[in-house]
Write a protein that binds this ligand. Structure first.
Ligand code: NAD
Ligand code: ZN
Length: 389
C-alpha cells in the first residue's frame, strides 16, 4: 500500500510499504477514506520528537471503513464506517476506567523508553514516534487499529467525512481545552493560537457558555475565520502588544481563563530561524515557550491556564512566581478523545457546530508532502489539510 513516511526533519515521502496485518485478537484493519495533517505532525516534521525512525508512517487523524476484524472484536463488523481516536486505549485499566483514556496503562509497549524521563508512560499514539508505542499512523491506505473494540466509533451515515473526521483529535482537543477552563456565565476566555486546535477551542468556549473569546495569532486568514465562524474578538500579535491589548479588552483584569493552543513553537514568526533549528538535530527542549509565558502573565488572578498545545521534554524560564502568586490552576495533556466522542457527535447532529469549517485543502495522499509544506508555512491560506488515500 501507499503511506506517508518520515525520513528526517522536513523530509516526508509517499512510499510503498507492506499492508498492515491483524496481530492481536482485538485488532481491526481500517481502509482509510480521509486523514488529516495536524499541528502535532509538524513537531515531528520539524524534527522535535525523538525516537522517530526513517520509514515510520505518520498520521493520527483518520477514519474509514473496516475491512478485517480480529476474533475478539464482537461489536464491529466488516463494512462499518468508523472514526479512530488518536490515543490508543485498552478500555480496562485503572486509567481508562477513570475516563483518563490518554493515560492508558496498557497501550504503550515502549513505556520503558519514556518512563526514565517521565516517571510513568502515557498511552500509545498512532504515528507518533517510538516513545508513544511505535504504532504505524493513518496517513496511508490502510491501518491496524489495536483494541478496536474500544478504539473505533461508528459514525452516522448522514454526516460527511469532513464533518466527523476531526472527532479523532482536534475537535475533542479544543473542546477539552475549553472544558478545562471551567467557564461560568460572563467569563472571558483568551486563546493563543488560531490554528485548527485554536479554532475548535474558541468555538467550544462559546458552546460552553463563554460571554467573550479573545483570539490571538499572526495569520490574518486564521484570525478572520475565528471572527467569522465563532464570533471571537481578534488580536494580531505582530501588530499589537498582546499583553497590553488583552489587559485593555478585559478592563485591566485579565481573562478568566487562558488557552495555549500553540505549543512547541517551530512555526512562530521567524520561519528561517526555526527551519535552521529543525535541521540541526532531534532534541527534547525548546527555549522559546513564548505563548506559555504570555498566557500565564495575562491570566486573571485565580484563573485557569489550559494547555492543549504540545510540549515535550524540558522548557525553561517559566514565570512560576506569577502563576504561584496569582493562584492559577493548570490543566493540560493529551486529549481523552474516547470521553468526548459520543457527546460531540450529538452536538454535530444537533447542528451546534459543523467541524468542516476548518478545511481549506483536500489533496490526494500522493500530494501529502506538499500538504505538509503549505500547512507548516501557512501558505495558500492553508488552515487544515485533508488527504484522500
Ligand atoms: P498550528 O501549527 O496550525 O497552529 C498553531 C498556531 O499558533 C498558528 O496559527 C501560529 O501562527 C500560532 N502561533 C504561533 N506562535 C504564537 C504566539 N506566540 N501567540 C499566538 N499564536 C501563535 O497547529 P494546530 O493543529 O492548531 O495545533 C496547535 C497545538 O495543539 C500544537 O502544539 C499541537 O501539537 C497541539 N495538539 C495537542 C493535542 C492534545 O491532545 N493536547 C492534540 C492535537 C494538537
Ligand atoms: Zn492531531
Amino acid at each position: 500500500m501507499k503511506a506517508l513516511c518520515w525520513h528526517g526533519a522536513l523530509d516526508v515521502r509517499v512510499d510503498n510499504v507492506p499492508d498492515p496485518k491483524i496481530l492481536n485478537p482485538r485488532d481491526a484493519i481500517v481502509k482509510i477514506t480521509s486523514t488529516a495533517i495536524c499541528g502535532s505532525d509538524l513537531h515531528i516534521y520539524d524534527g522535535f520528537i525523538p525516537t522517530m525512525q526513517s520509514g515510520d508512517i505518520l498520521g493520527h487523524e483518520f477514519m474509514g471503513e473496516i475491512v478485517e476484524v480480529g476474533p475478539s472484536v464482537k461489536n464491529l463488523k466488516i463494512g462499518d464506517r468508523v472514526v479512530v481516536p488518536f490515543t490508543i486505549a485498552c478500555g480496562s485499566c485503572e486509567f481508562c476506567h477513570r475516563d483518563l483514556w490518554s493515560l492508558c496503562d496498557n497501550s504503550n509497549p515502549n513505556a520503558w523508553l519514556i518512563e526514565p524521563l517521565y516517571g510513568h508512560s502515557p498511552a500509545g499514539l498512532f504515528g507518533y514516534s517510538h516513545f508513544f508505542g511505535g504504532y504505524a499512523g493513518g496517513q496511508a491506505e490502510y491501518v491496524r487499529v489495536p483494541f478496536a473494540d474500544t478504539g473505533l466509533f461508528k459514525v452516522p451515515s448522514e454526516l460527511t467525512d469532513e464533518q466527523v473526521l476531526f472527532l479523532t483529535d482536534i475537535f475533542p482537543t479544543g473542546y477539552m481545552a475549553a472544558e478545562h477552563c471551567d467557564i461560568k456565565p460572563g467569563h472571558v476566555v483568551a486563546v493563543w493560537g488560531c490554528g485548527p486546535v485554536g479554532q475548535f477551542a474558541i468555538k467550544s468556549a462559546f458552546l460552553l457558555g463563554a460571554e467573550r473569546v479573545i483570539a490571538i495569532d499572526r495569520v490574518p486568514e486564521r484570525l478572520e475565520l475565528a471572527k467569522r465562524y465563532s464570533g471571537a474578538e481578534v488580536l494580531n500579535y505582530e501588530e499589537v502588544d498582546v499583553g497590553e491589548a488583552v489587559k485593555e479588552l478585559t478592563g485591566g483584569r485579565g481573562p478568566d481563563s487562558v488557552i495555549d493552543a500553540v505549543g512547541l513553537e517551530a512555526h512562530g514568526t521567524n520561519i528561517d530561524y526555526w527551519m535552521d533549528k529543525a535541521k540541526q538535530a532531534v532534541r527534547l527542549e525548546t527555549d522559546r515557550p513564548t505563548a506559555l509565558r504570555q498566557v500565564i502573565v495575562a491570566c486573571s488572578k485565580g484563573g485557569t491556564v489550559s494547555v492543549p498545545g504540545v510540549y515535550g521534554g524540558f522548557i525553561d524560564k517559566m514565570p512560576m512566581g506569577a502563576a504561584f502568586n496569582k493562584g492559577l490552576t493548570f490543566k493540560m495533556g493529551q486529549t481523552h478523545v474516547h470521553r468526548y466522542l459520543q457527546p460531540l457527535i450529538d452536538r454535530i447532529q444537533r447542528g451546534e457546530i459543523d467541524p468542516s469549517f476548518v478545511v481549506t485543502h483536500t489533496l490526494p495522499l500522493e500530494q501529502a508532502p506538499h500538504g505538509y509544506e503549505i500547512f507548516k508555512k501557512k501558505q495558500d491560506n492553508c488552515i487544515k489539510v485533508v488527504l484522500k488515500p
